[in-house]
Write a protein that binds this ligand. Structure first.
Ligand code: ADE
Length: 298
């Protein structure tokens, strides 16, 4: 059965949202729920073909009586001029921007020691600088005068992000950016919050990881207290909540939507080794040695 919003129908009638990365995965689920709630949604990403097909899919779900609409607009969020063009196109078409959901991003897995400077910069540029571009442009062009709500989608990087240092650093930075903007823009009636999803499986994520997808996703199941992965439709309600008047007193917050995954154990295996520096000599180190290599009492 298709997911149906827990929120009241018409909740976002006459509102306008931009969802970056809105054509696939979590972004598509957010766009779908916003549309279901009557919102006019602009989905944006770099690839028009994917956007067009997602927009078509979303449009088919809009009831004739609904106020909702979907508009696909391409934009590379790394490029400030393209972000400016996106925001002005949305204002031209709809005359307002109530919500910005910064979901667009990307990364690849690699140990830090093998990451090239180019690869590192590309991920920082998309996930951190791209988010900054979108926040700044939507704020200066609309929200500074009219208020609004911003939700940044980050990640479970609370224990570092071994295997994806670049995205961990970028998402942690967006967590901090969220707090800064929540304070700097409070006096203009702009709320800024973030959602940190746990491991989420989607059709597109599986396709992106190609033949490694099934192994990667299956491997992560035991690391969730839920003993299953999440789906994008379990992230979008938290976003809708933060965008809604039910969250009118919430700003600068990051909500973990991860079934407690971030409180549980890390997937990164540390092999047994003897490379660690010795502890200082003394009775306590003797106790430690005795624990590990008990002397025979015979
Ligand atoms: N999703 C992934 N990379 C992106 C980019 N550079 N611009 C917009 N959406 C993206």
């Amino acid at each position: 059965m298709a997911a149906t919003s827990a929120f009241r129908s018409g909740l976002f009638n006459h509102k306008v949202a931009i969802v970056t990365g809105g054509g696939t995965g979590i972004g598509k689920a957010i766009a779908t729920e916003l549309v279901e709630l009557g919102c006019n949604v602009v989905i944006s990403s770099r690839k028009m073909e994917r956007l067009e097909s997602a927009a078509q899919e979303l449009k088919e779900k809009i009831a004739p009586s609904s106020h909702a609409s979907v508009t696909p607009i391409t934009c590379n969020i790394r490029n400030e001029d393209e972000v400016k063009t996106l925001v002005s196109a949305v204002l031209k078409r709809y005359g307002r921007i109530d919500f910005l959901v910064n979901n667009g991003g990307g990364q690849f897995s690699s140990p830090a020691e093998h990451m090239s400077s180019k690869g590192w910069k590309a991920v920082i540029d998309t996930n951190l600088t791209g988010t900054f571009h979108c926040c700044k442009e939507v704020y200066t062009a609309w929200m500074k005068e009219n208020g609004g709500v911003i939700v940044n989608i980050i990640a479970d990087m609370w224990k570092g992000f071994p295997g994806m240092a670049h995205t961990g650093a970028a998402r942690a930075a967006v967590d901090n950016l969220t707090k800064t903007l929540a304070i700097e823009w409070a006096s203009k009636g702009v709320r800024v919050n973030a959602i940190a999803p746990g491991t989420i499986i989607s059709k597109t994520a599986m396709e992106n990881y190609k033949e490694y997808g099934p192994t990667l996703f299956k491997m992560s199941v035991p690391f969730s207290p839920a003993k299953r992965l999440g789906v994008p439709e379990e992230i979008s309600p938290a976003v809708c909540f933060l965008l809604s008047p039910a969250a009118s007193y919430i700003s600068g917050a990051t909500i973990r939507v991860d079934a407690g995954q971030s409180l549980y154990h890390s997937m990164w295996e540390i092999p047994d080794h003897s490379a660690w520096p010795e502890a200082p000599e003394g009775e306590n180190l003797d106790t430690l040695r005795e624990l590990l290599n008990p002397k025979s009492k015979l």
